[in-house]
Design a protein around this ligand. Structure first.
Ligand code: PGA
Length: 235
């Protein structure tokens, strides 16, 4: 099981330093835990016993792009994974499928694994359009990549209405969506792709969620901000 921790825009410097200190000496199997701090705190984390991820990336290469952070800069900071297309970026930063595609392209140039977030809104769920939405996002973001490139991508299924709300879909529903994602990817590109679930994962639901047979891991936000929570789920 892969666990990805998304710190979002949390912590001040001292808090990030103390979190990084707590994560020292975890000695996990490689690629079991990925920590995605805020950009500015990336150098505080020494990725031994876990891997380092970013929460986003610029779709431009290095150059005159004020305020952006490139894939090559992330790579130089030992970042090996990056979240792309998180619903908060799609919603608040108006990110499009084309932009998300270009970000993944940049990441792959530097051997950084994109973690592509997809998921339906509450309205889409209520109208029975979950699978339609998820398939649309997959097709639009993954089109144009070679098979070799696609094999390096991880998908995170994150229903928008479950993020930070305490609401979680039924296990059968998560299983159904993840199986369809895997089938679609296999059918279109003949590859197997890991799929994570994200949205209000916590200590009360993680044990039952991890029994979902199609699931390869979790993308965790709020619950992962406390190092003790992280240690307890890793046990
Ligand atoms: P949450 O966030 O665990 O706080 O719901 C998950 C995410 O946004 O990736």
């Amino acid at each position: 099981m892969l666990i990805v921790l998304n710190h979002k825009m949390n912590f001040l410097k001292e808090e990030a330093l103390s979190y990084a200190e707590e994560m020292k000496g975890l000695f996990l199997k490689e690629d079991q835990l990925i920590i995605c701090p805020t950009y500015t705190y990336l150098p505080f984390f020494e990725p031994i016993g876990y891997s380092l991820g970013a929460q986003d990336v610029s779709h431009y290469p290095n150059g005159a792009h004020t305020g952006n952070v490139s894939a090559s800069q992330l790579s130089s900071l030992s970042v090996r994974y990056a979240i792309v297309g998180h619903s908060e970026r799609r919603l608040f930063e108006k990110e499009t499928e084309a932009l998300i595609h270009d970000k993944m392209q940049e990441l792959l140039k530097y051997h950084i694994t994109p973690i592509l977030c997809i998921g339906e809104s509450l309205e889409e769920k209520e109208q029975g359009e979950t699978l339609f939405r998820v398939m649309q996002e997959i097709e639009a973001s993954l089109q144009g990549f070679t098979k070799d490139e696609l094999e390096q991508i991880i998908i995170a299924y994150e229903p928008v209405w479950a993020i930070g709300t305490g609401l979680v879909p039924k296990e059968e529903e998560i299983d159904r969506v993840i199986k369809r994602i895997k089938e679609q990817v296999f059918h279109t590109w003949q590859i197997e792709i890991p799929v994570l679930y994200g949205g209000s994962v916590n200590q009360d639901n993680i044990s039952s969620l991890r029994t979902i047979s199609s699931l390869d891991g979790f993308l965790i936000g709020n619950f992962g901000l406390n190092p003790n929570n992280v240690k307890s789920i890793l046990k």
